[in-house]
Design a protein around this ligand. Structure first.
Ligand SMILES: [Zn+2]
Length: 196
């Protein structure tokens, strides 16, 4: 009887030990090793360059539509397949970098052969913003969802006709819901933390 109790107690201890070990392993896996020496003043900058960066850059009523790090140039009007002219700005970043609502508005989810997984945001005043080539949408986002400036709407990718290119956000600006205008100045201003 005494032996059985001891065995049971040992079993509990072992189970407890396993339970104790499990969180330690999880902690070890989730705490990333420091990328630089302790006290290195570049640590903050290094963190800022991690995928997705520290969150959306919001300035007033607009937000940079994509997290950091990213890069883009002005390719407005550049030739595209089928004789088309480029109607947006291609903002290159790793797959999975968060995409943010440039302005508050209402979302419509779409998909097409060219745009792949894509969405529109329509502001209260009727300005429209197009996001294409996503790898996926923000959890719970639906057509009709209301978003505030800087809200997560999806993740960068290369769906649609971008599948053979490096992942990027194709982003369009349609003032008043009309024809697209060159979005590069909008992106430049918003992503540098200043209003256009
Ligand atoms: Zn594009």
């Amino acid at each position: 009887m005494k032996l059985l109790l001891m065995a049971a107690a040992a079993g509990v201890l072992m189970a407890g030990g396993l339970l104790l070990i499990a969180p330690v392993v999880i902690l070890a896996a989730t705490v990333a090793p420091p990328s630089g020496a302790v006290g290195d003043t570049s640590d903050a900058l290094a963190a800022d360059r991690t995928a997705g960066g520290p969150g959306p850059v919001i300035a007033g009523d607009v937000a940079c539509p994509i997290g950091r790090p990213h890069h883009f140039t002005d390719t407005w009007g550049a030739p595209r397949s089928g004789g088309r002219a480029h109607q947006g700005v291609d903002i290159f970043a790793d797959t999975g970098v968060p995409l943010y609502a440039y302005r508050a508005g209402t979302v419509r989810l779409t998909s097409s052969r060219l745009g792949g997984i894509s969405l529109w945001i329509t502001s209260e005043g009727g300005d429209r913003y197009y996001y294409a080539h996503l790898s996926g949408y923000a959890p719970g986002l639906q057509t009709g969802s209301r978003v505030e400036v800087g809200d997560l709407v999806g993740f960068n990718g290369n769906t649609g006709n971008a599948r053979a290119t490096p992942p990027h956000l194709h982003w369009e600006v349609h003032p008043g819901g009309g024809p697209a205008v060159n979005p590069t100045p909008y992106a430049s201003a918003a992503c540098r933390g200043a209003t256009p």
